[in-house]
Design a binder for this molecule. Structure first.
Ligand code: FE2
Length: 392
């Protein structure tokens, strides 16, 4: 993967016969209780620009959505404006969380029809959003639990290259103007670049079902497999298989709870998510973990606490790295190595009141894996938090 330019460029010139060729992650949509306030949380804590808005002032009568951007990450924070809007109902069931991992495709309708042929269930039929600038077509399929994948195709002024340069996102969106928080974030960049992976938690016994689903419906390939011998501590256990979209677009690990002495962290998630599968974490990639995490700590982001003892053995396991090891310890980063290189990572505490969604901040120095060597230290830290919540 290139380290000098943004990955996954969507170029209109690349035509393909495969309607499910995924060009980019178009956006990640969150359903939240109050999009206006959530926008400021993600902008202040994680350095996102609150770039555009779609609400009553832009002609959106049933929902308010904020487009937050950083690098090639586009978050949509959506709140329903009446009680029957699905976002309002889902916030009641699940709290704030991720609803949609949306992919840019050449032809949304063709992608949708092919996905249904491949065995997917419809979330919503193709919808055409059009104005004098251009057209966006959106359709969606259901994946695990409350989560969906939208297919987004764009033409006219709404092509993704232009959106990436700051042009209008879709019909009924408008620039937020000159917000002070955006000016601050431009002069104090956090340095997040794209969504490296996106992890789903599913019910006991359902991991293989969803692995097969990603193979059959979207043509993903199995990338890595961890079982409960890899990922267990005295108490908390899980199994995980990593699905890969190919073309360095996105990886989707699927976790299911495994039996341990006490409650699996996956089980805790499910119980606070209306016993419904959903997204557990998004890993956001930085090219400079020390810079990014120092900035995030200054901004008050709450990370899982890693004990001093972790740093007594980590360098024997990982060997030399180019970062300053004292700073790595000060920032409480986790480090792991595989046959291709190493990675640095750190995990936030839950981003809302329920112990559900969190973020990982990851920097890859060649490594293509997920920090298997850190699972034990990480889960012990997670269990301390579970215990504090009375959920172990
Ligand atoms: Fe992760």
């Amino acid at each position: 993967m290139s380290t000098t330019s943004l990955p996954h460029p969507a170029t209109q010139a690349q035509k393909s016969n495969d309607p499910l060729r995924l060009i980019d992650v178009d956006f990640v949509r969150f359903y939240v209780g109050n999009a206006k306030q959530a926008a400021y949380f993600y902008a202040q804590s994680f350095g996102f620009e609150i770039e555009q808005i779609s609400d009553l002032t832009t002609g959106s009568r049933d929902q308010a959505t904020y487009l937050l951007t950083q690098g090639n990450i586009r978050f949509l924070l959506t709140t329903g404006l009446h009680k029957d809007h699905p976002a309002q109902q889902e916030v009641g069931l699940y709290g704030d969380g991720i609803k949609d991992i949306a992919f840019t495709v050449e032809d949304s309708t063709a992608a949708y029809e092919q996905a249904l042929k491949n065995g997917a269930q419809s979330a919503y039929e193709p919808v055409t959003l059009s104005d004098s600038r251009g057209t966006v077509v959106m359709s969606g399929i259901k994946t695990f639990g409350r989560t969906i994948h939208s297919f987004v195709s764009r033409s006219g002024d709404y092509v993704l290259e232009r959106v990436k340069r700051g042009d209008q996102f879709m019909p009924k969106y408008a620039s937020t103007g000159d917000l002070a928080i955006n000016a601050y974030n431009r002069s104090n960049p956090v340095g997040l670049f794209y969504v490296d992976h996106c992890v789903g938690n599913v019910e006991l016994g359902k991991m293989n079902y969803w692995v097969q689903w990603y193979e059959d419906v979207l043509g993903f390939k199995l990338f890595k497999h961890f079982d409960d011998k890899d990922i267990s501590t005295e108490y908390s256990a899980l199994m995980s298989k990593v699905m890969d979209s190919g073309r360095e677009l996105i990886k989707i690990p699927i976790n299911e709870p495994a039996h341990g002495k006490k409650k699996s962290q996956i089980q805790e998630y499910l119980e606070w998510h209306n016993n419904t599968p959903g997204i557990q974490h998004l890993a956001l990639l930085t090219k400079d973990e020390l810079h990014t995490v120092a900035r995030l700590r200054q901004r008050g982001v709450d990370f899982l606490r890693i004990p001093d003892t972790y740093y007594e053995t980590v360098w024997d396991r990982v060997g030399e790295i180019k970062e300053d090891v004292d700073v790595v310890k000060d920032l409480r980063l986790l480090v792991d190595r595989d046959d291709k290189g190493y990675l640095l990572q750190i995990f936030t505490k839950p981003l809302q009141d329920r112990p559900t969604l969190f973020f990982e901040i990851i920097c890859r120095r060649g490594s293509e894996s997920f920090g298997k060597g850190n699972f034990k230290a990480l889960f012990e830290s997670l269990e301390l938090e579970q215990e504090r919540r009375g959920n172990l």
